[in-house]
Write a protein that binds this ligand. Structure first.
Ligand SMILES: [Zn+2]
Length: 554
């Protein structure tokens, strides 16, 4: 069926279209060139006066896996049916901070998001993560496999194993877990926590293996480069949430030794120790480092006020934060040979000095990083806030007077310490299109997403312009997924299944012999059960894979 979207005002930074009026044509789920005059148009939408962008891409959102399920179980109130908006059909499911899989898919599509990535797929739990993402309708999904605290890698590093063998292990893990990228969470720190270490800086050694976080970051960022995986190593730096952690974050950038590195939820890693409370913003130092290092990209992990839940593999930091849980309950657990899991509910309050400053620090980073291609919009859902707060965040970035009004309502000492009042930058629609679709798609190597060029997937979001950007971005007029109309006037009308985005770097299969011995001796899972095949993804789990080429764009 040939569909025409007529007269759209297009924001497509990849093609350099900044508010230009154009027609778009869709055939078989893809964008095609304008057909010849005698071609029959089956369906036409008049989009005069509407703003059109590619479907948005969230590169960091916790929507599938063990810790999300633990959080769902812990937040009984979050799951109450009365959280559903009055009049909404009950079949949209439940939950806000940790919505059900069904609800997550609906809420993302309603906001014009068509692709989402779970950033912490613990390899041994990859099957569970993919099953939950397969059960999340409409959006395409993908995951980052977590390495850097796994005993196998730390053992290889402690034995000074050649880089090529480590590359084989990284490539094997990406394939076995059907992921698109590699995530490092508090390099070495989760492993060290198992040996009763409660703090690990970038240049300290882990107790059992004698490996430094710096070695882990360097080796894995180099592996990603040499394997030509498009997505840079995705790093949750050391000392998350700790006053003064700006030093660890800068040391982490340094540890990559010029290899591409993406610092995730960098807001939580941009703290100084100034002021009477010994907690201050170091956003300016982080932004300066990003502005000066072309190999570095970030997403912010913006904090928004309200009830949420924090969930992380970083047991070291989650254990430290346990006394701040609200409601007062928490859980930390070990994940055999690989990682950890810590979950605690949290309520960010604008009247709390620390929370208020965290909110300001996130906004400072957005406004101080010069290049919107290198800063992606996230709240580290649900750690900083649920993803449903994105439209509000967009307004804070686009409207400086609204931002000033909000700044006036937070804890006065935090407002006083923040540079926010001096930052007059306002994001344009083009900037928003970059940071919410074009930049994440390019970073991930998704050549057919994040833009509206010929050949792209027809994932398209149509907005009704409004002076209040929060209203505009909360409920798009139309959303197309692979050319199918899935949302109309902010309501889901169709819920197709998405597909899983993966990469397939090459490796020497001799690594499997070594791994087989490791699995037989140390794991409770057999190696053959650990690996997920394409057939299982398509038929058992229900989300077929789409493999993106491993060739780093120069
Ligand atoms: Zn996260």
């Amino acid at each position: 069926m040939l569909t025409k979207l007529a007269g759209a005002t297009i924001y497509d930074p990849v093609q350099g279209l900044n508010g230009e009026i154009k027609d778009l044509y869709i055939l078989d789920g893809r964008l095609i060139p304008a057909p010849g005059g005698d071609e029959h148009i089956d369906q036409e939408y008049n989009l005069h006066g509407k703003v059109v962008m590619a479907g948005a891409v969230d590169l960091h959102t916790h929507i599938g896996g063990g810790k999300v399920n633990v959080a769902r179980a812990m937040l009984a109130r979050d799951a109450q049916i009365d959280d559903v908006e009055p009049g909404a059909p009950v079949d949209v499911g439940i939950g806000v901070a940790v919505p059900s899989t069904l609800t997550a898919g609906y809420r993302y599509a309603e906001m014009g998001y068509t692709t989402c990535f779970e950033p912490a797929v613990i390899p041994v739990n990859a099957r569970q993560s993919h099953m939950e993402m397969a059960d999340t309708p409409i959006v395409d999904t993908g995951g980052y496999t977590t390495l850097g605290n796994d005993d196998f890698l730390l053992k290889l590093l402690s034995e000074e194993t050649p880089q090529s063998v480590i590359n084989d292990y990284v490539a094997w893990t990406l394939r076995a877990t059907q992921c698109i990228g590699v995530k490092i969470i508090n390099a070495g720190g989760i492993n060290a926590f198992k040996f009763n270490v409660r703090k690990l800086n970038v240049d300290e050694q882990t107790p059992h293996y004698g490996v430094r976080p710096r070695d882990i970051i360097r080796t894995l960022s180099r592996a990603i480069t040499e394997l030509q995986v498009p997505f840079p190593v995705h790093v949750h730096a050391s000392n998350l949430g700790v006053a003064g952690n700006v030093e660890s974050t800068l040391a982490t950038i340094d540890a990559a030794e010029g290899h591409r590195i993406h610092l995730t939820h960098v807001q939580f890693h941009s703290y100084g120790t100034e002021g009477k409370r010994k907690f201050s913003s170091a956003a300016d130092r982080i932004a300066e480092a990003v502005n000066q290092s072309n190999n570095v990209t970030v997403d912010v992990g913006q904090v928004m006020f309200g009830q949420t839940v924090t969930l992380s593999a970083d047991t070291m930091q989650q254990y430290k934060q346990r006394t701040h849980a609200h409601p007062n309950k928490w859980i930390c657990m070990d994940i055999e040979c690989e990682s950890g899991c810590g979950v605690l509910p949290f309520h960010y309050r604008d009247g709390n000095f620390i929370n208020a400053l965290q909110w300001a620090i996130g906004l400072e980073i957005f406004l101080l990083v010069d290049d919107p291609w290198r800063v992606c919009l996230t709240t580290d859902h649900p750690n900083g806030a649920p993803f449903t707060t994105y439209p509000h965040l967009v307004r804070l970035l686009m409207d400086k007077s609204y931002r000033a009004d909000m700044l006036a309502t937070i804890h006065p000492d935090a407002a006083k310490m923040s540079h926010l009042r001096d930052l007059t930058r306002e994001y344009s629609l083009n900037d928003i299109a970059i940071m919410t679709r074009a930049a994440p798609a390019r970073l991930l190597g998704l050549k057919d997403k994040g833009h509206l060029g010929v050949g792209a997937a027809a994932d398209i979001t149509v907005y009704q312009p409004h002076d209040d950007q929060e209203r505009m971005f909360a409920k798009p007029a139309l959303v197309f997924k692979d050319g199918e109309l899935v949302v109309k006037d902010g309501r889901v009308i169709k819920a197709p299944r998405g597909r899983t985005q993966v990469v397939r770097p090459e490796y020497d299969v001799s690594i499997e012999q070594r791994l087989k011995t490791w699995f037989d001796n140390c794991h409770t899972v057999a190696m053959r059960n650990y690996q997920i095949s394409d057939d299982e993804m398509a038929e058992g789990i229900g989300t077929p894979v789409v493999a993106h080429p491993c060739k780093t764009a120069s």
